[in-house]
Design a protein around this ligand. Structure first.
Ligand SMILES: [Fe+2]
Ligand SMILES: [Fe+2]
Length: 133
């Protein structure tokens, strides 16, 4: 479970912050379903829903950073590409392993760590506008 806070994760860009909050909610939904032994088909649908939403967010964010000449765009895009490929591999494994607690634990740890780390270290650093005196 990850909690969005302005202090740790605020970028100063309202649309991006709203998308990040939505992503946090969707990751938490996957984690919550894993922990509570939810219906496995519902877990798979929730994971697929997260995967679609994250791509929309990445497209929006990459365009925003390009438009605003943000530093670190390559690191951001590379991080997104790696995340999508890891997530795709989790989706491919789902039919065989999705109901195991090993898989669900690994998926939950990956999602929460990646999202909190990427937003805090890459997104915030690249987008936060320097305060003008
Ligand atoms: Fe982001
Ligand atoms: Fe990003």
């Amino acid at each position: 479970m990850i909690v969005w806070t302005e202090q740790a994760y605020g970028t100063g860009v309202p649309e991006i912050d709203a998308q990040h909050r939505e992503l946090f909610d969707r990751v938490n939904a996957v984690v919550g379903m894993s922990e509570n032994g939810h219906d496995v088909q519902e877990l798979e649908r929730t994971l697929d829903y997260l995967a679609r939403y994250v791509v929309e967010h990445f497209v929006f964010e990459e365009a925003w950073m390009a438009e605003h000449n943000c530093p670190g765009q390559e690191a951001n895009t590379a991080g997104h590409t790696r995340f999508v490929s890891r997530l795709t591999s989790f989706q491919h494994r789902f039919p065989h392993e999705g109901e195991t607690s090993d898989y669900q634990g690994e998926l939950s740890r990956f999602l929460t760590r990646w999202l909190s780390n990427h937003v805090e270290v890459i997104d915030v650093q690249n987008m936060k506008q320097p305060a003008t005196a």
